[in-house]
Design a protein around this ligand. Structure first.
Ligand code: NAD
Length: 502
């Protein structure tokens, strides 16, 4: 076991990778990437490479949209809006459910493509597809629950509040969940009766492509959903100022979110911002520290830590610190890393080289600030973006990782003397997306519920959101909610009608 005051412990033994021989066969099935505009597929003159993060091999050519393509998408979305906003909610729900059913049928194909472009294990890619379908199925139901209300009035006049589709949505989805991230936005927009232009992540385009394919096959009217790819800044700067675009929905880093929110503010447009997180995990002394350590290490490895809700800053009561840390480190060192196509793999590579650089920088900075490196810490090999689950303990507050989201498989474990101290540390960063705690004491749970600054608090579970609960952040983690009963409301405008009767 490790002790709170230990000097530097040796990182783990050399890590061997699981590499699959069948990779090449799968790569040849990767889809022919195209834009989807006005119900038709289109190629572009310019393309960008899509690579497999396992071996950095080229797997696809991303079409790069021109201004002409974006103009076509805008005009298609205007036509789509006219039809879709007037479609009966039951009809909208039926098409959304049909598309989700098709994606469930195509789960193996979609999951394979996600694994090839992103690197995550196939089992996690399959779960992502199911999760994406759940978002669609949930919002299909919400389409039929967009209730207005009648406000009591004096005789002869009637006040009625309606929720109407906001209009055309410009949505930007990131690369960490190629299918379920865009699902959230497409589901909300389509359920509410909006049309949408989705700019999906350039590095992981296939997930969004499969969504467009499923809606096309499900009979969605042309122009309601348009999918574009290309240079993100060019697309956002072109679309956001357009009169027709009435909502900007973005998931990604806080830095880009601030930029896009600024652009939107210049045109007084609402935004739905799901940004970075730096999730704290408070482990109270009444919890099972051994079990908490194991499940935390497993969760840290999910999606190679590239999740905005990934548990990162562990504040463990000093009486439980050694047990928790020992279990976490042991499980972290045993995580099987390799090609996501191999059934034994628990954690794939990071999605791109930028993440490797970020991990190396944060580890070096923390160690030089005095942190103990207890597991991982170095890139594995020099081909493919592999980086192990890395545990840093007793990390000083001055280290960058205490305020910067790692967005990778890095965990910080620090001892705390009390719940007061844990809550203060948890709240000490500008982020407030997900937060977690392990405790069996009702009084602790009540305090955490009242005092933790986060949009999502999970106690004795490391699951932060499901389709039926609202998900989103406070502070610099963003605003607005996706999912739950709240999500669809962002895609609507409230109209009050005062009607004096003759
Ligand atoms: P990044 O900030 O450059 O890009 C993040 C996402 O924003 C990408 O999908 C990108 O296509 C998009 N983007 C970038 N500039 C844009 C612009 N001007 N207009 C529209 N979209 C734009 O960084 P990155 O290296 O791709 O990702 C690193 C950071 O992003 C991570 O540290 C993490 O904080 C954040 N991130 C968050 C999530 C999330 O789920 N909240 C997902 C992916 C990335």
């Amino acid at each position: 076991p490790f002790h709170t005051g230990d000097t530097q412990a040796a990182p783990c033994c050399p890590i061997s990778l699981i590499l699959s021989e069948s990779a090449e066969a799968y790569m040849s099935n990767y889809p022919d990437l195209q834009l989807y505009i006005g119900g038709a597929w289109r190629k572009t003159a310019d393309t960008l490479p899509v690579v497999n993060p396992v071996d950095e091999s080229l797997i696809g050519a991303l079409p790069v949209a021109t201004e002409r393509d974006l103009d076509d998408a805008l005009s298609a979305a205007a036509d789509g809006l006219k039809v879709w906003s007037r479609a009966a909610p039951a009809r909208r729900a039926e098409i959304i459910r049909r598309a989700a059913a098709l994606m469930r049928e195509r789960i193996e194909e979609i999951a394979l493509d996600i694994t090839c472009e992103h690197g995550k294990p196939l089992t996690q890619a399959r779960l992502e597809v199911i999760r994406g379908c759940e978002f669609f199925e949930w919002d299909a139901g919400e389409a039929q629950r967009l209730y207005g209300r009648v406000i009591p009035s004096e005789p002869g006049i009637r006040y009625v509040v309606h929720h109407q589709p906001i209009g055309t949505v410009a949505a930007f989805s990131p690369w960490n969940f190629p299918m379920s991230q865009p699902s959230r936005k497409v589901a909300g927009a389509l359920a509410a009766g909006c049309s949408i232009i989705l700019k999906a992540a350039e590095e992981t385009p296939a997930g969004a492509l499969h969504i467009a394919r499923a809606f096309h096959d499900a009979g969605l009217p042309a122009g309601v959903l348009n999918l574009v790819f290309g240079v993100p800044a060019r697309i956002s700067e072109y679309l956001i100022p357009q009169d027709q675009v009435r909502l900007i929905a973005f998931t990604g880093s806080t830095a880009v979110g601030k930029h896009l929110a600024g652009l939107a503010a210049r045109h007084i447009k609402p935004v739905l911002m799901e940004l970075g997180g730096h999730a704290p995990v408070i482990v109270c002394d009444d919890a099972d520290a051994h079990q908490a350590g194991i499940v935390s290490a497993v969760r840290k490895a999910r999606n190679a830590g590239q999740v905005c809700t990934s548990p990162t800053r562990f504040f463990v009561h000093e009486r439980s610190f050694d047990t928790f840390t020992a279990s976490f480190v042991e499980r972290a060192r045993s995580v099987k890393i390799g090609d996501g196509l191999d059934a034994a793999t628990e954690m794939g590579p990071l999605a791109n080289h930028r993440r490797i650089e970020a991990m190396e920088g944060l580890v070096a900075d923390a160690v030089s600030a005095g942190a103990r490196l207890l597991a991982g810490g170095e890139r594995i090999g020099n081909r493919g973006y592999f980086f192990p689950v890395t545990v840093l303990a007793n990390v000083p507050d001055t280290a960058r990782i205490m305020r910067e989201e790692p967005f990778g498989p890095l965990a910080v474990i620090n001892p705390v003397a009390s719940l007061d101290e844990a809550i203060a540390k948890a709240n000490s960063v500008p982020f407030g997306l997900a937060a977690y705690a392990f405790t069996n004491a009702a009084a602790n749970a009540d305090r955490l519920t009242d005092e933790i600054e986060a949009g999502n608090l999970s106690i004795n579970t490391l699951e932060a959101s499901v389709a039926e609960t609202p998900f989103g952040g406070v502070k610099e983690s963003g605003y607005g909610r996706e999912g739950g009963a709240e999500g669809i409301t962002h895609y609507t405008v409230v109209k009050n009608v005062s009607h004096r009767m003759a």
